[in-house]
Design a protein around this ligand. Structure first.
Ligand code: NAD
Ligand code: IPM
Ligand code: MN
Length: 353
């Protein structure tokens, strides 16, 4: 059956990078004879303008019925309160579709200088449904509260089940992809109970994989080590917020946030999602680098068994990013979103089938 991809453009630069992504995916699938169907639905401020919430129930239903989702960035920080329809689409979809693993590779591109001059090649497995996230960790819808005025508290949820799932995903990925080491990143010196449980669980899973090296690093030291010696990391497994923060750091060190692909993975479906936000400062100006969402779509295609179009997209990205003349402004080039997309389309069409 032809896989159905649900495309949700989102806010800010979302519509521009989604248009670019769809064009590249359609070209790559046509070139390799892969069949794919795409359907658009509205989320974010446009859905709110239609009198709905930022993630309408009909979109959640369509996401459940699709084989995969391409999710654009949203201006979540500017949304009205949830009572007025301002829900975080990423959080809701991750929760509703049980997308427990956020897989975030950080890999430098040949020919593209990295900020520290060091190559980066690591993959972060970020637990995606628990931790400090107020909008997704409790069924009441909020993990934050004020017991008395002037005092705010946050709940941080860590369970053995979620730690086990993300741990297994990380080790299975390492084993299947010839990766040598898994590093658990934590703050168990302070959060002894919650990160203690996380670590104990990951340690147990590491015992099932004697062929893969395993070590543990405290999150603050991990931030420093990522800058000093990114080569010491291979696969990283960590809790939600540490993974959120460290993945932006790692991908910036690998060349830039605009290049950072990611896949939200669940037992039934997956969502491709750029790692960055909606970049309102450059929205509507043809300045956005679509690489992150395009690379995420390639990850989704590979996950759906469409390895040929995925590989042709990744090859085109590598070729375009290798040359100064075919880069976007965020990484020192001069091409706009549309021109960069045309370069990718030409590279895919010119490549040997
Ligand atoms: P951001 O990632 O949107 O932008 C940070 C900086 O990187 C900005 O200077 C921006 O111009 C630049 N940038 C980001 N993506 C780029 C791209 N593809 N090409 C070129 N430059 C790019 O982070 P922010 O400004 O902190 O957040 C803006 C909004 O996005 C907020 O409402 C935030 O809540 C939301 N957000 C959404 C997601 C998501 O939907 N997955 C992720 C992070 C932030
Ligand atoms: C991300 C984002 C989101 C998150 C925000 C927008 C809620 O930063 O996908 O990395 O923290 O999960
Ligand atoms: Mn983030």
């Amino acid at each position: 059956m032809t896989p159905l991809l649900l495309c949700l453009a989102g806010d800010g630069i979302g519509p521009e990078i989604m248009a670019a992504t769809k064009k590249v995916v359609v070209t790559a699938c046509a070139r390799s004879g892969a069949k794919i169907e795409m359907q658009d639905r509205t989320i974010g401020f446009r859905a709110l303008d239609d009198g709905l919430s930022t993630i309408p129930q009909s979109v959640i239903d369509a996401a459940c019925a699709s084989d995969g989702i391409i999710l654009g960035p949203v201006s979540h920080n500017d949304y009205p309160p949830r009572e007025e329809g301002g829900l975080n689409p990423s959080g809701v979809l991750r929760k509703e579709l049980d997308l427990f693993a956020n897989i975030r590779p950080a890999r430098s591109f040949e020919g593209l200088q990295t900020p520290t001059g060091q190559d980066v090649d690591l993959v972060i497995f970020r637990e995606n449904l628990e931790g400090f996230y107020a909008d997704r960790n409790l069924h009441s819808g909020s993990g934050e509260f004020m017991p008395v005025p002037g005092v705010a508290m946050s709940m941080r949820l860590i369970t053995e089940r979620a730690s086990e799932r993300i741990g297994r995903a990380a080790f299975d990925f390492a084993a299947a992809n010839g990766r040598k080491k898994v590093t658990a990143i934590h703050k168990a010196n302070v959060m002894r109970t919650s990160d203690g449980l996380f670590l104990e669980t990951i340690r147990r899973i590491s015992g099932e994989h004697p062929e893969i090296q395993y070590d543990e690093v405290l999150v603050d030291a991990a931030a420093a080590l990522l800058v000093r010696d990114p080569g010491r990391f291979d696969v990283i497994v960590t809790t939600n917020m540490f993974g959120d923060i460290l993945s932006d750091l790692a991908t910036e060190l690998a060349g830039g946030l605009g290049l950072a692909a990611s896949l939200n993975l669940g037992p039934v479906t997956a969502a491709a999602q750029a790692q960055h936000g909606s970049a309102p400062d450059i929205a509507g100006q043809d300045k956005a680098n679509p690489t992150s969402l395009i690379g995420s779509a390639a990850m989704l295609l590979r996950h759906l068994g469409q390895a040929a179009p995925a590989a042709s997209i990744e090859t085109a990205l590598r070729k375009a990013l290798a040359r100064q003349e075919t880069r976007t402004a965020d990484i020192g080039g001069s091409l706009g979103t549309l021109a960069f997309t045309s370069v990718l389309v030409d590279l895919i069409q010119e490549a040997d089938a």
